[in-house]
Ligand binder design. Structure first.
Ligand code: SF4
Length: 362
C-alpha cells in the first residue's frame, strides 16, 4: 500500500464497522444471510449496474418464476429476456442464462465453491466472485464496489481515483487488509450497507456516524471532495430513426441480431444516420419511396423523440408512425404483431417508453 495506513488504523476501522453492523444496521434485503448460492448469484447479477430499489422487484420476480437454477436453465431465452426487460445491459441476461445452463446441466446444479471456480463463470468478475464466495461459502475475499470504494476513500482520506490501475490495486489491497477474515460474509455485507445507508454518495450522515471520530475526511473537512471522481466517460452519439409501420391493427417489428447494443431485443424498421434528421412529410415521403418503394402511406402523428443514455453512448431515437395498407416486399422480413400482443416481446427501454405513448394514440 503506497499510503501510510497503520495496522492499528485498519483494526480500528474493522472493529467500528462490525460494531455498527451488530447494533445499528437496519438494512433488510431478501438475499441477506441466506447462504443459497443461486439466490446470491441472481441478486448480484441483477444488481450489477442497477440500484437496489430497482433491482429488488426483478429479483423477487425471478425467484418466484424460477425457484431453482434448473428452472432458470430450462426456461426459453425469450421468456428470460422479457423478464429482464427494463434492466438494460442485456449481456448480463445472456451471461445469466449461459451460466445457469452450465451449472444446471454440466455441474448437476452444484455451484463452484472456490473463488477461482466462481471467477471462471461467464459474467462473473472479481467483485461478484468475492460476493458469492463470501456470502455463500464464507471465503475470505473482500468485495470492492462503489459503496466500498467511497467508504474507504473517505475514512482513510485517500484521494486516488479508483478507475486507474494504481487506484484499483490500492483499494483492492486496502479492502483485503480491512476484511474480517473470520467473518467475511458479515463484514462484506456490513461495509456495503454502511456505504448505502450512512456514508452515502450525497449527504452522508456524518453527524450520527459511528466512525466519525477516526474518519480522516471528516476530521480534515474533505468529505465533499472524496472519493475522487472517475474520469468523465465520453459518450458517442447515435441517431436511430424508427419507422413504425402499422398495417390494420398490426405493427411490424423484427429482432436485432447484429453484435451491437440491444442484441436479441425487438425493434421497428430502423434507419440509422450519422447526423440527426429533421423529419417532415416531404423527407419522410422521399425516404419511403427511395428506400422501400412505398408511395401510398399516412403519417399517424408527428415524429416523437426519445433520448437514452447508455454507458458509452447516447442514443437519440425518432419514431415516425406510418400507416400502410399492405406490407411491401422490402419489409417482408418484418413480423406483423397485433398491437395488443406487443407486450409479449422484449424491447429496449427507448422503445418501451415510446410504445407507452404510441399505444394510447394509435
Ligand atoms: S464521518 Fe461521514 S464521511 Fe466519515 S465515514 Fe462517517 S459518514 Fe462517511
Amino acid at each position: 500500500m503506497s499510503l501510510q495506513i497503520s495496522e492499528l488504523d485498519l483494526v480500528r476501522f474493522r472493529k467500528a464497522l462490525m460494531k455498527w453492523n451488530s447494533s445499528d444496521n437496519k438494512r433488510d434485503l431478501p438475499w441477506k444471510g441466506i447462504g443459497n448460492p443461486y439466490y446470491i448469484w441472481l441478486s448480484e447479477v441483477i444488481l450489477q449496474q442497477t440500484r437496489v430499489e430497482q433491482g429488488l422487484s426483478y429479483y423477487l420476480k425471478f425467484i418466484s418464476a424460477f425457484p431453482t437454477i434448473h428452472d432458470l436453465a430450462s426456461a426459453k431465452d425469450e421468456e428470460v429476456l422479457k423478464m429482464w426487460e427494463g434492466l438494460g445491459y442485456y449481456n448480463r441476461c445472456r451471461n445469466l442464462l449461459a451460466t445457469a445452463r452450465y451449472i444446471a446441466f454440466e455441474c448437476k446444479s452444484e455451484f463452484p465453491s472456490t473463488f477461482e471456480g466462481l471467477l471462471a463463470l461467464k459474467g462473473i468478475g472479481p467483485y461478484t466472485a468475492a460476493a458469492i464466495g463470501s456470502f455463500a461459502f464464507n471465503l475470505p475475499y473482500a468485495v470492492v464496489d462503489g459503496n466500498v470504494y467511497r467508504v474507504l476513500a473517505r475514512y482513510f482520506g485517500v484521494d486516488l481515483p479508483s478507475d486507474g490501475t494504481e487506484g484499483k490495486k490500492f483499494f483492492q489491497d486496502l479492502a483485503n487488509a480491512t476484511l474480517d477474515a473470520k467473518k467475511p460474509a458479515i463484514y462484506n455485507q456490513a461495509i456495503m450497507d454502511f456505504g448505502a445507508t450512512v456514508c452515502k454518495p450525497q449527504l452522508p450522515l456524518c453527524g450520527v456516524c459511528a466512525l466519525q471520530m477516526s474518519c480522516k475526511a471528516f476530521n480534515e473537512g474533505r468529505v465533499d471532495q472524496l472519493p475522487v471522481k472517475h474520469k468523465r466517460v465520453e459518450r458517442k452519439k447515435r441517431y436511430f430513426n424508427y419507422f413504425v409501420f402499422k398495417v390494420g391493427e398490426e405493427i411490424l417489428i423484427h429482432q436485432r441480431n447484429e453484435v451491437d447494443i440491444w442484441k436479441d431485443l425487438f425493434e421497428f424498421f430502423l434507419l440509422e444516420t450519422a447526423q440527426p434528421i429533421q423529419w417532415d412529410e416531404c423527407t419522410i415521403s422521399e425516404v419511403l419511396k427511395k428506400n422501400l418503394g412505398i408511395s401510398n402511406f399516412g403519417l399517424l402523428s408527428q415524429p416523437f423523440k426519445v433520448r437514452q443514455h447508455l454507458t458509452h453512448r447516447t442514443v437519440e431515437s425518432q419514431f415516425i408512425p406510418i400507416r400502410i395498407n399492405k406490407i411491401p416486399k422490402a419489409l417482408a422480413h418484418l413480423i406483423p404483431v397485433h398491437r395488443n400482443e406487443l407486450n409479449k416481446y422484449a424491447f429496449p427501454k427507448t422503445i418501451q417508453d415510446y410504445l407507452a405513448e404510441f399505444l394510447k394514440l394509435a
